[in-house]
Design a binder for this molecule. Structure first.
Ligand code: BGC
Length: 862
């Protein structure tokens, strides 16, 4: 019998045959990524993987290289559901299969209440309609490819600090219209096979045990058939979670749902055997769907693989380049045409130009199978259009939070890239003394080592890891600064001299999912031509800290990270860049954030770019009138220099093909068509949730209510730096001839179509995004947001002078609001105003019209 034969099993029959213990075991995972198998009944285990911008596979460290796609905010900036569906089907589903998994832990579709949210990059948008339509396309594509989507984090996980504890406290209307809406749309259009509950509470109750959200809304109102799983370690009870409808606890390590506790809960009548079997049945349904859709995964060798580096590269570059947003382009500085513009020398500056910035951090991060830096991509694209342009480079100002990792600098004694890791068991589980004999040896080609599930299993509970390598010889003598961070304790020796002691005493920090120390620094003089010995002693027991004398064992989450860079005076770095800018005919400044600033586990504290980046941009712009700024970040950042530079391109986190995509846009090979999936404020104080983004004794007030994102900027008349939906092209477009059909009302739904003529009024082909915003009639006593995106469409590759008519379809979702008192959606009779344009900016909404709904009605469900 093959594992995939379970596709043909009758679930009710199998459930009937399950013993209570077997049913219990099915309701929790095994290890980090698998479900429980019952071979006696032919029930196979399935494996899940993160998610969402690629498939990482089992390992956080020494993981199988993978294709990393653009961050969710970038995907949404394409405003192209067909493209996202295609990418999910053709690329993501294949990647998941290569990782021997059956379910992808994505999409993430929380809402950017505040761009400071550490995981904002991982969710699509501040707008529920755009989020939901893109999420639906993603789920549809991946499931057509035979892989289950697990949409997350359901719901209200809109920031990171205190994520297990905070209580997202909001009106039922905001919950329905904003925060649940992306999930609701995905359920309506794509039926994800699984939902992952959020870590947090919503209105008092943790979502993993929240009957209102799981039972009343997901199961009863939406009639969802999905399997509901917890976020990792996001279960906080036995009976509440089982009774509310949480089918699967993940992961299986340190689980609540042990045989002992579950049987006691049955005995004490806190839960019933029947409910346990119902939960187990939902897990089996997911297993069965996976077995039927991709039998080759379950019947395969279950070994993780990396796909061909080249296959899919074109599609990855396409989605990346189509998400790039041209924010500003005065004097048609872009695209660069060095010959026509007389550019002989171009300088590239900025901390992100040569850095490996491809995604945000945390569980979304993965090891790319290849990566093209912005610098490489720009040099290669310019090489195609103007091979004799001279290109110079200077970092100018550093943008990292933690020192860059050193995998490209360290070699083993025998010259292989990386270093050797020697694992030692201790005398016993509680001892701090390592044995003399090495327990396991591994070649490691990374200097960020996160031992979550992937260290030798034969080790004692407390263990030691010794890392040995040599630094590649330098061309000249240099002072080199090392940074050492650890979850556990660690010491760094260079040539047998102690350079960093993160062992005797530590300061607790936020790294390694909040289990790490801060990064400690030490400087060592490296001699030209010398192979210096690098040695780290690490133990998975953390050291005492000032405020915390506990020497706690790191359990499964030990980790150590070594970074470093040459010591360079910041003023000298800056001066070099400014000098190069003065000498060049144009400057490309590539600046932004990275996976340390935007990550799972903690929120940002500022929207400003790191360190002296703003100063760098201002200084090079003052030195050179042709300064183009390329920004990388997954969410919004402030750009206080926006008026001082002629051209700005926002490039998100773009995955493996980052440099290729940026190069194509700057050189004009691709005419940009991305539109901002979130508003970029001028200052943090203008953000809708400013002042109540912080949890107060665990309570998080969603005080801005429905006025999230652009709705707030319109409502308050605040001018953001860049409006939601904004994005330029190298050509220009005109919208005209708005016509709106007579609404048809039938079967509890509405159908209205708006059609708009789009004309390319410029001189090169281009693609335009048409956005339609609805304003509800003011007939009720309720306050409504001034406008809401309810439809969008793309006019592709329109030739100069050509026109096309695009149709924008509206249904009941476009005209409904949630009425608390009756717990139903309401469509008022009255006049609905629509505005159509190229962004949410008032000046860009050039067309308007209205339609009338003659009779009020209510609805429920999807
Ligand atoms: C994240 C999830 C992720 C899971 C498994 C959690 O920390 O919140 O999004 O899927 O870990 O890695």
């Amino acid at each position: 019998m093959r594992p995939s034969d379970f596709a043909k099993a009758s679930i009710p029959d199998v459930v009937e045959q399950l013993t209570t213990d077997e049913a219990i075991l099915l309701t929790a995972g095994v290890g980090f990524w698998h479900t429980h198998a019952v071979p006696r009944l032919g029930i196979p285990a399935i494996k899940v993987t993160d998610g969402p911008n690629g498939a990482r596979g089992n390992y956080f460290f020494m993981s199988t290289p993978a294709k990393c796609l653009p961050s969710a905010t970038a995907m949404a900036a394409t405003f192209d559901t067909a493209l996202i569906e295609r990418v999910s089907r053709e690329l993501l589903a294949e990647e998941v299969k290569l990782k021997a998994a059956s379910v992808l832990l994505g999409p993430t579709c929380n809402i950017q209440r505040n761009p400071l949210g550490g995981r904002s990059f991982e969710s699509y948008s501040e707008d529920p309609h755009l989020s939901g339509m893109i999420a639906a396309a993603y789920c549809k594509g991946i499931q057509e490819g035979g892989i289950g989507a697990c949409i997350k984090h359901f719901v209200g996980n809109d920031k990171e600090n205190d994520r297990f504890g905070y209580d997202s406290t909001m009106t039922e209307r905001a919950l329905r219209e904003i925060y649940l809406m992306p999930f609701m749309l995905a359920e309506k259009y794509a039926k994800p096979w699984a939902f992952m509950t959020a870590y947090n509470r919503v209105n008092g109750t943790h979502v993993s045990e929240n009957p209102h959200i799981i039972r009343d809304i997901l199961r009863n109102e939406w009639r969802s058939n999905a399997t509901v799983m917890s976020d990792w370690f996001g279960v906080y009870s036995i009976d509440h979670a089982i009774n509310a409808g949480l089918d699967l606890e993940m992961p299986g390590t340190n689980k609540w749902r042990t045989l002992n506790l579950m049987n006691r809960s049955i005995e004490s009548r806190k839960i019933t055997k029947r409910t346990v079997k119902e939960r187990a049945a939902k897990v089996l349904e997911l297993v069965q769907r996976c077995a039927a859709a991709a039998p080759e995964v379950l019947d395969g060798d279950l070994v993780e693989k990396t796909g061909d580096r080249q296959s899919g590269r074109e599609l990855m570059t396409k989605v990346a380049s189509e998400s790039i947003v041209l924010l500003k382009n005065e004097g048609a500085l872009l695209p660069l045409k060095p010959k026509e513009q007389g550019l002989k020398k171009i300088t590239i500056v900025g901390g992100n130009a040569k850095a490996t910035v491809l995604s945000g951090g945390g569980s979304a991060a993965l090891k790319p199978s290849f990566f093209v830096t912005p610098y490489e991509g720009i040099v290669s694209a310019l090489g195609d259009v103007a091979p004799d342009v001279e290109i110079t480079y200077s970092e100018g100002s550093r943008s990292y939070m933690q020192m860059p990792t050193l995998e490209n600098e360290i070699l083993t004694e025998d010259g292989q890239p990386g270093w050797m890791g020697y694992f030692y068991s201790h005398q016993d589980d509680d001892s701090m003394t390592p044995l003399d004999a090495v327990t396991a040896t591994r070649h490691i080609d990374e200097t960020r080592i996160f031992l979550s599930v992937d260290y030798p299993k034969e080790l004692t509970k407390r263990f030691t890891l010794r890392l040995r390598g040599v630094l590649k010889p330098r061309e000249k003598d240099t002072d080199f600064e090392f940074g050492l961070m650890s979850a556990g304790r660690a010491k760094l020796f260079i040539d047998d001299q102690l350079v960093i002691d993160n062992w005797t005493k530590q300061t607790r920090g936020q790294g390694f999912f909040n289990c790490g120390s801060t990064e400690e620094h030490g400087v060592f003089k490296l001699k030209a031509g010398v192979k210096h010995k690098v040695f780290i002693e690490f133990c998975n027991v953390r050291a005492p800290a000032d405020d915390d004398p506990v020497e706690a064992i790191m359990d499964a989450n030990g980790g150590v990270r070594l970074g470093g860079a040459e010591v360079q005076h910041p003023d000298e770095l800056m001066a070099t860049a400014v000098k190069l800018a003065e000498e060049a005919d144009a400057v490309i400044a590539v600046v932004g954030l990275n996976a340390d600033w935007e990550t799972e586990g903690y929120d940002r504290s500022t929207l400003a770019l790191p360190g002296r980046t703003d100063e760098l941009v201002r200084k090079v712009a003052a030195a050179n009138k042709r300064t183009i700024v390329v920004t990388q970040s997954g969410s919004s950042i402030t750009m206080p220099w926006a008026d001082e530079v002629p051209a700005i391109v926002h490039a998100w986190y773009l995955g493996n093909a980052t440099g290729d995509a940026i190069g194509q846009v700057l050189s004009g090979k691709v005419n940009p068509s991305g539109r901002l999936s979130l508003s970029f404020p001028k200052r943090l104080e203008d953000v809708p949730s400013h002042g109540h983004f912080h949890h107060e004794h665990g309570k998080l007030w969603y005080g801005e209510d429905l006025f999230v994102g652009y709705k707030h900027y319109h409502h308050r008349g605040i001018e953001p730096q860049w409006h939601f939906g904004h994005g330029l092209s190298y050509t220009t477009f005109e919208h005209s001839d708005l016509s709106i059909s007579e609404p048809k009302i039938a079967n509890g739904d509405v159908s209205v179509t708006a059609s708009v003529k789009v004309t390319n009024t410029g001189s090169i082909p281009g693609t335009e995004v048409v956005q339609l915003y609805v304003s509800l009639p003011t007939t009720s006593e309720l306050t409504h947001p001034p406008l809401m995106l309810k439809a969008f469409a793309k006019a592709f590759d329109l030739a100069p002078g050509k026109s096309v008519t695009v149709n924008l379809a509206l249904d009941k979702y476009a005209v409904s609001y949630w009425e608390d008192r009756i717990a139903r959606w309401v469509v008022e009779d009255g006049v609905y105003r629509i505005q159509v344009g190229s962004s949410s900016a008032p000046a860009a909404l050039k067309l308007s019209g209205s339609f009338k709904i003659p009779k009020r009605f209510e609805w429920n469900g999807l």
